[in-house]
Design a protein around this ligand. Structure first.
Ligand code: BES
Ligand code: ZN
Ligand code: ZN
Length: 494
């Protein structure tokens, strides 16, 4: 799908459909010819169309328009139209028109909507909405539903609008790449396959890359990561992608994005129930999100050094799998008693954090991980959990998330929870007790952050959408790619 910025007036745009945003009072953007406007007013009065957000109405052969169809999209109250809502409306329009086999779809933004924020959101929303999860279905009919061109008309093309239009596409393309990785089944998305994707990203975007293979991980002493990986025939790796800016706002800052990359989580010997186990292909969503974010960061070029670290392993059951009670030595030197082999994400993250800090000089760290079922119990599928040891970093992440339209809810990290993390035989156990599972998991990781500003995003409940939305296919959400990108951009402005 290609997106184009144009200046053709709404009524003259040649397209299969023109999208108009309609507010509660029936007013539209763009303003429409009298016939179409009165048709909309009539439909609202008759109760056939409710112009609230994410409602749509298709009008055939709209009088006075060059487009074949008019799609009226509800937007609610005018003063509540934020870029986040514009993103959803653009996506809703696209997903309403795609099954109708419209090839060219046009948005026309009157002056009020032709702002950089709105343009970015619309470009982003349209591309995100175009993503499907049916790549491996062989029914050719499915491929007939595609939109080729999205035209976005504005009164005047300015450099600021062009840049915002490009940014929306860069971010959405990166997020869709992440969604693709997460959507792939685990037989096709193994740790070596993740490494292959990372190499391609580096080559295409001019990033530095280092992939630590098993012998190097052993030589370094990443005993926690290797312990998780040892039950699988798939060799583990630790991917390190690095973006070095031409000029840096503060050259002492090195932001590290760290993502859990468990390409399949059986639970290991502490095996998971088979019901729903297929979902554990998305246990690498954190790793996929840091790889995707690096694509956008490489293209948007913030003035800050940023690295992505993605420890990738498969957590299997086998003759050689790690056992409950095994004690492993982490790269930090701390020993861990593996009381439950299903609490594997924190083990690989521990070694990745130590590597980022001690071997690569990371100064600020943010990890994303599908870490606990407990965070899903606490927050459902609405917010991701945010754990953070530093107020400045907390503010930066929440501000980035707000701009990105992704949502996080802060959960506690008080030291009182350390009472839940006691092992008689090692420095730490890898699980706490029955309660507060999302917090004890975060406390465990915090022990490896060496008092650097660090945040942990538990995305177990938000990395995978259980239901279709009008503007997004169900499946991988691509969270928190947009927050990572906004965070890096904000760090570059400091
Ligand atoms: N990958 C899972 C967490 C998860 C659960 C992700 C649901 C997505 C959806 C993680 O490795 C895990 O199994 N965690 C255990 C920890 C427990 C053994 C302390 C859990 O949450 O049950
Ligand atoms: Zn697990
Ligand atoms: Zn897991």
């Amino acid at each position: 799908m290609e997106l184009k910025l144009i200046t053709t007036p709404a009524a003259e745009i040649q397209a299969d459909s023109l999208v108009a945003i309609c507010f509660k009072d029936g007013a539209t953007l763009p303003a429409l010819p009298a016939a179409a406007a009165s048709l909309i007013a009539e439909s609202i009065a008759a109760g056939e169309f409710d112009p609230k957000p994410l409602e749509t109405m298709l009008v055939h052969r709209p009088e006075g328009l060059a487009a074949r169809r008019l799609l009226v999209c509800g937007a609610g109250e005018k003063d509540k139209l934020t870029p986040a809502l514009a993103r959803k409306i653009a996506g809703t329009a696209l997903r309403a028109l795609k099954p109708l086999k419209h090839r060219t779809v046009a948005f026309s933004l009157a002056a009020e909507l032709a702002t950089p924020d709105s343009i970015e959101a619309i470009a982003c929303g349209a591309l995100l909405a175009d993503f499907e999860t049916d790549r491996l279905k062989t029914d050719e009919k499915l491929r007939e539903k595609h939109i080729d061109t999205v035209l976005v008309s504005v009164p005047e093309i300015t450099p600021a609008l062009e840049a915002a239009f490009a940014k929306g596409q860069i971010v959405a393309t990166a997020q869709n790449f992440t969604r693709h990785l997460v959507n792939e089944p685990s037989n096709l998305m193994t740790p070596p396959k993740m490494a292959e994707h990372a190499r391609a990203i580096a080559a295409e975007n001019g990033l530095k890359i280092d992939i630590l293979d098993e012998p190097r991980l052993r030589q370094l002493g990443c005993g926690a990561l290797l312990g998780v990986a040892q039950g699988s025939i798939q060799p583990p790796c630790l991917i390190h992608l690095e973006y070095v800016p031409e000029t840096s706002a503060d050259s002492s800052v090195h932001l590290a994005l760290v993502g859990k990359g468990v390409t399949f989580d059986t639970g290991g010997v502490s095996i998971k129930p088979s019901d729903g186990m297929e979902k554990m292909k998305y246990d690498m969503a954190g790793a996929a999100s840091v790889l995707g974010a690096m694509i956008a960061i490489a293209q948007l070029k913030p003035a800050v050094r940023v690295s992505a670290f993605a420890p990738c392993v498969e957590n299997m059951v086998s003759n050689n799998a790690q056992r409950p009670g095994d004690i492993v030595r982490t790269l930090s030197g701390k020993t861990v008693e593996v009381l439950n082999t299903d609490a594997e994400g924190r083990l690989i993250l521990a070694d990745a954090l130590t590597y980022a800090i001690r071997h690569c000089g990371a100064t600020h760290l943010v990890d994303a991980a599908t870490l606990t079922g407990a965070v899903v119990v606490a927050l459902g599928h609405i917010h991701a959990g945010l754990f953070v040891n530093n107020d400045g970093l907390k503010d930066s992440i929440l501000a980035a998330a707000k701009t990105a339209g992704e949502s996080f809810w802060q959960l506690p990290l008080d030291d009182d929870y350390n009472d839940y993390l006691k092992s008689p035989a090692a420095d730490l156990p890898n699980i706490g007790g029955r309660w507060g599972g999302a917090v004890t998991a975060a406390k465990f990781i915090e022990a490896f952050a060496e008092s650097k500003p660090w945040a942990h995003l538990d995305i177990a409940g938000t990395a995978w959408l259980e239901e279709d939305k009008p503007f997004l296919a169900k499946g991988p959400s691509g969270l928190p790619v947009r927050t990572f990108v906004e965070l890096a951009l904000a760090f570059g402005r400091r």
